[in-house]
Design a binder for this molecule. Structure first.
Ligand code: 13P
Length: 250
């Protein structure tokens, strides 16, 4: 079965006001989007609910993070259950900015992913290597290690609730996009790992997105790669060109 093309917009800590978020959504609401693409946008936590209320119905909303506990004394956190209660279907977990700036380990990301899925969320699970790791030939090993932490706690998990985003750290926000050959090679390696560690059926059906300096200019070639099932877009998701990226296969 063909995997559905999927484009996520990770707004990160942008824009800096609710009004600016609203005008971004108004632009997206007017755009001509390929109905064959699943589109998910992840505004900052404070704007998740207002954005959900105004965005077109064919675009889903994600949180950029959540904790693994349902409730309790965890100042500053959001729980998977609260997201489900608010009608938010997706959460991004394991983004490299969370791993690096907020010291999230692969084990924590795995625990959060398990909790999010158990609560009824779908997860965009991010992995990827640094430049140093790529240059020393560790790309596949790093991606495997990040995935394995989750595979170890994924017993009887429904893998249709997971979308993997391969985001090489050196390509995020740098303007240095991976070549389509680099993206294809790593996506293929990720599938090969999942085929052995989970099952060939899961490896074949899981959507693997590429993220890192995706633009309207480079998305079409990347989207032609057989193992690239879409994108997780940062900077360009804040611009009108996001619609062109959503339409990359059109
Ligand atoms: O981190 C990203 C998406 O999660 C990618 O960011 P950029 O598209 O800005 O490089």
């Amino acid at each position: 079965m063909a995997r559905q093309f999927f484009v996520g917009g990770n707004f990160k800590l942008n824009p800096a006001s609710l009004q600016a978020s609203t005008s971004l959504i108004e632009t997206l609401n007017k755009a001509d989007l390929d109905p064959a693409t699943e589109v998910v946008i992840a505004p900052p936590a404070l704007y998740v609910i207002p954005v959900q209320q105004i965005v077109r119905k064919d675009v889903k909303v994600a949180a950029q993070n959540c904790y693994f506990k349902e409730s309790g004394a965890f100042t500053g956190e959001i729980s998977p259950k609260q997201l489900v209660d608010a009608g938010i279907p997706y959460v991004i977990l394991g983004h490299s900015e969370r791993r690096t700036l907020f010291h999230e380990t692969s084990e924590l990301v795995a625990t959060k992913t398990r909790a999010a899925i158990d609560a009824g969320l779908k997860v965009i699970f991010c992995i990827g290597e640094t430049l140093e790791q790529r240059e020393s030939g560790q790309t596949a090993a790093v991606c495997e290690e990040q995935l394995k932490a989750f595979v170890d706690v994924a017993k009887e998990v429904d893998w249709s609730k997971i979308v993997i985003a391969y985001e090489p750290v050196w390509a995020i926000g740098t303007g240095k996009v991976a070549t389509s050959a680099q993206a294809q090679e790593t996506h293929k390696d990720i599938r090969a790992y999942l085929s052995t560690a989970v099952s060939p059926a899961v490896a074949n059906s899981v959507q693997i997105l590429y993220g890192g300096s995706v633009t309207a200019g480079n998305c079409k070639e990347l989207a032609q790669q057989p193992d690239v099932d879409g994108f997780l877009v940062g900077g360009a998701s804040l611009k009108p060109e996001f619609a062109d990226i959503i339409n990359a296969r059109k």
